[in-house]
Design a protein around this ligand. Structure first.
Ligand code: F6P
Ligand code: MG
Length: 407
């Protein structure tokens, strides 16, 4: 059974809301999210009625009110009605941002008949972006698979740390990750990347994974595409080098946040890699299939990961599952926001005093894309704010934040 404290030790500050004038939250709720709804129209061939409803949703977001969720037979329909209770008849910009965003993506599925029997059932409205993302990163994928194969053949001390950096920066496929690769394949452009890591606990994570045998590592996964390839390379390295016996991936039960990965996206990715004519990639894909077939790599999904709940509101069954892991790797910005309940913490608040509810040691690999961050040194905040006014939200800065188990 799990004995960690049920919630943060620190008093809860207010949540981010879209009505905060001039904030990135306001920009996202009133501008960026409506644009995502309109992109769903452009990237699919839904019926005129569906497209009209998507356009209405886009219009409502800026100044309108939360609509009810029609019963589209989704398994989470009753849960969403419970979640909606506290925000009925409120405006999109007045409810907590995390609620607004998670509900928006659930409404997209109701509007596009994702759960309803019929021709649109189980059509992922973001499939085009997921497939394009994977194809566009083939060059990077070939480089990384070649590197992983080499690290597995000739173990190198910083292989694991490098894979943590790839997992961190994965959803940014700019080739700056590789500039040193062409010449010496020993390390990628660490210096440039290191300067952009605002908290770097990579060595603690590497120690935990290499000092003594580790039975199980769980990932709360983020995006499909090259980020998922990076995550799967880290998974393969952990399993093929026998540093870890088993890895569990916690994936989304339905499409959300545009690129967030589902179980089908893992299988699509493995199939895509298998179909390339590049030996380093196909041998990597073959190992992945072996890991899944042998039960050492377990793919699971849960509706908690698409709910608007704070991480500490996790159902006990899922919390007890996470407690079996020796390390929990939490990927990306939205999962980081969930860890903190998407609230206005101070940048220098101790992350350990907030995520003390976790039943296992955790490392967050997160590029900053929202105005929620903790655990920074004040001098780091001062320095980065001077060098880049958009540092909190432009995805150019990251953290590798390790929190040991709460004792
Ligand atoms: O910053 C915009 C945004 O949609 C945030 O609302 C969200 O947290 C983030 O992008 C999703 O990024 P990630 O895929 O890293 O969770
Ligand atoms: Mg995501």
């Amino acid at each position: 059974m799990v004995h960690s404290s049920p919630r943060p030790k620190l008093p809860l500050p207010p949540p981010l809301v879209g009505s905060e004038v001039g904030s990135f939250t306001e920009f996202t709720v009133t501008q960026r999210i409506p644009a995502i709804a309109r992109k769903v129209v452009v990237e699919n061939n839904f019926s005129p009625e569906i497209n009209t409803n998507l356009e209405s949703l886009a219009i409502e977001l800026e100044t309108g009110y939360l609509p009810i969720l029609k019963n589209d037979t989704g398994k989470d329909f009753l849960d969403w009605n419970t979640y909606l209770e506290s925000y009925k008849n409120q405006r999109w910009i007045d409810v907590p941002w995390f609620f607004a965003e998670t509900y928006f993506y659930r409404l997209i599925l109701e509007i596009t008949h994702y759960f309803r029997p019929g021709i649109w059932q189980s059509i992922d409205p973001f499939q085009l972006q997921k497939s394009q993302g994977l194809e566009a990163s083939l060059d990077s994928t070939i480089l990384l698979c070649t590197q992983v194969n080499q690290w597995l053949d000739e173990p190198q001390s910083d292989a694991l740390t490098n894979l943590l950096y790839f997992a961190l920066w994965g959803n940014r496929v700019d080739l700056s990750l590789w500039s040193a690769f062409e010449s010496d394949r020993s390390s990628f452009d660490i210096q440039k990347q290191l300067a952009h890591v605002l908290v770097n606990n990579a060595s603690q994570v590497s120690e935990l994974l290499t000092n003594s045998p580790v039975n199980r590592v769980d990932f709360v996964v983020d995006n499909s595409g090259f980020e998922l390839v990076c995550d799967l390379c880290l998974v393969d390295f952990l399993l093929s080098s026998h540093l870890v016996n088993q890895v569990h991936l916690h994936l989304k039960p339905h499409p959300t946040f545009v690129s967030d990965a589902m179980i089908k996206d893992v299988h699509d990715t493995t199939s895509f890699l298998t179909a390339t004519s590049h030996q380093p990639v196909t041998s990597f894909a073959h190992r992945l299939k072996e890991h899944i077939a042998s039960g050492r790599l377990v793919l699971s999904e849960d509706y908690f990961w698409t709910s608007p709940l704070a991480f500490w509101q996790i159902p006990d069954t899922l919390k007890n599952e996470l407690a079996k892991a020796n390390l929990l790797i939490v990927k990306g910005d939205a999962n980081y926001r969930r860890l903190l309940g998407d609230r206005h913490w101070h940048l220098t608040d101790s992350i350990a005093d907030i995520v003390c509810y976790l039943p296992t040691p955790m490392v967050a690999l997160r590029t900053l894309k929202s105005e929620v961050t903790v655990g920074l040194q004040s001098e780091v905040v001062e320095k980065v704010a001077k060098s880049d006014p958009d540092w909190l939200t432009n995805g150019q800065w990251g953290v590798i934040q390790f929190v040991a188990e709460d004792i």
